[in-house]
Ligand binder design. Structure first.
Ligand code: F6P
Length: 448
């Protein structure tokens, strides 16, 4: 259970400078669509969750600091230098966020010195020799039309002491890190070194992952674009499957630890008969296992459509050597490929025809430009990040909770992972749409 203290956001000091946006927010108080800076956004939003707090006084209830512009800020915009870095795997919308940060900093706050670091944290480490990019409104014009990131990226963290050396040498006052959970752990280490050296450098994150697995951000940017792109593969596989006797469409989608992309893409088409995700262990063999269930369905209904998240069924690939990437993530075995052969073998052993069409769109779904919804979202996250940093907030990421922009301390944002809840309403919708059993069991349950 998250407690109030875990939601406390660190600040570099008092906000004594009149914000250039002060006039815009002067008349605003809390409304249904805006949260005043002195107000808080409650963590819990149901009667049951609040009751579980045992009648705690309102000011002790866990709550987030709201995002948005402040009347007074910490940094003098005319004196500061800002750095931006994009880290980890690609995600639709990275360029939108970069552009949003630059335009908000320059147009509204009047910051004139912004630099981009190339190729993730490597860009802050001398031995890599990466050049800096001067980021101006002109430089970022139109970049949101393209996938990827104009700054480039890389996986893996670097020595935080060396990174802070670099920030000090360049006179950077605010560092924006656009990255996933691993990069945010790196950002936290950087902020800790900054604190240890008693420097006034704000470290603010914009959480990025197409997998949608960062907590306290209802949907991460790029997720919607990614699953929308994934629906094209499902549609193609479904068309193929319905055209042939014993037709089986099998689509594998990204999702290392969670099945959000698989669930949403499957629901969008509403053609999937099975969705396999890492959160729900799958049993392939036995009379009530997945393979036999699938065979019965194809024999009786003529075809079937299977959507699988890449992190599913990894138990079946344990024999593969354990490998990790530069971010420390375990490299997954190719479950889609394995499943394809298991399905074909199972049908062959039963003497049934199987025409299996396998599609793995892989990076196709994350290298595309953001769709309009994600573009809007990226821009608003960028605005919230700039407001937070200018107000001296640090060691935090911008989040979105119950539809409102909030500040989330990095330690909390990296402490857990957002996953599809097997008892939640998303998985229920998947079960309703597919008609698949809640789980596949090894053995038939013998009635007593
Ligand atoms: O972390 C997001 C993600 O899209 C995962 O779903 C996927 O396993 C991984 O990135 C692959 O990225 P890369 O090949 O760049 O390490």
């Amino acid at each position: 259970m998250v407690e109030a203290d875990q939601l406390h956001v660190r600040t570099l000091g008092d906000c004594r400078i009149e914000s250039p946006l002060g006039a815009l927010v002067a008349r605003q108080g809390t409304t249904q669509h805006y949260v005043d800076e002195s107000d808080r956004v409650l963590l819990d939003d149901t009667v049951a969750l609040l009751s579980a707090r045992g009648g705690m006084p309102v000011d002790r209830l866990p709550s987030f600091e709201p995002g948005g512009p402040r009347k007074r800020i910490f940094f003098d915009p005319s004196k500061i230098r800002v750095g931006i870095v994009t880290c980890g795997g690609l995600c639709p919308g990275l360029n939108d966020v970069i552009r949003g940060l630059v335009l908000e900093l320059t147009s509204h706050y009047g910051v004139t010195r912004i630099i981009g670091f190339r190729n993730g944290y490597q860009g802050l480490i001398a031995r890599y020799g990466r050049s800096l990019v001067e980021l101006t409104p002109r430089q970022v014009e139109g970049i949101n039309e393209y996938g990827g990131t104009i700054l480039g990226t890389s996986r893996g963290n670097q020595d935080p002491e060396e990174i802070v050396d670099c920030l000090e040498q360049l006179g950077v006052n605010i560092l924006f890190v656009i990255g996933g959970d691993g990069s945010m752990r790196g950002a936290l280490k950087i902020a800790e070194v900054v604190r240890g050296r008693d420097r006034r450098i704000a470290v603010v994150g914009v959480p990025k992952t197409i997998d949608n697995d960062i907590p306290f951000i209802e949907q991460s940017f790029g997720f919607q674009t990614a699953f929308a792109k994934a629906t094209e593969s499902i549609r193609a596989a479904h068309v193929e499957a319905t055209a042939q006797p014993g037709g089986i469409g099998l689509v594998q989608l990204m999702g290392r630890h969670c099945g959000f992309i698989a669930c949403y893409a499957a629901l969008a088409n509403n053609d999937a008969d099975y969705v396999l995700i890492p959160e729900i262990p799958v049993v392939l063999d036995g009379p009530d296992g997945f393979l036999e269930h699938l065979r019965r369905r194809v024999v009786t209904r003529g075809h079937a459509m299977v959507v699988v998240a890449e992190g599913a069924g990894q138990d079946y690939l344990q024999h593969e050597p354990l490998r990790v990437d530069a971010s420390g993530n375990r490299r997954l075995g190719d479950f889609g490929y394995y499943l394809r052969h298991r399905i074909q073998d199972h049908f062959a052993a039963a003497g049934d025809e199987a025409n299996l069409k396998y599609i793995d769109p892989s990076y196709l779904i994350r290298s595309v430009p953001a769709n309009p919804y994600d573009s809007v979202y990226c821009l608003r996250l960028a605005h919230a990040a700039v407001h937070a940093a200018m107000a001296g907030r640090t060691e935090m990421v911008v989040g979105r909770w119950r539809g409102r922009f909030v500040h989330v301390p990095i330690p909390l944002a990296v402490a857990s992972r957002n996953q599809v809840d097997p008892d939640g309403d998303l998985w229920m919708s998947v079960l309703e749409a597919t008609g698949q059993p809640p789980s596949f069991k090894a053995q038939s349950v013998t009635p007593v």
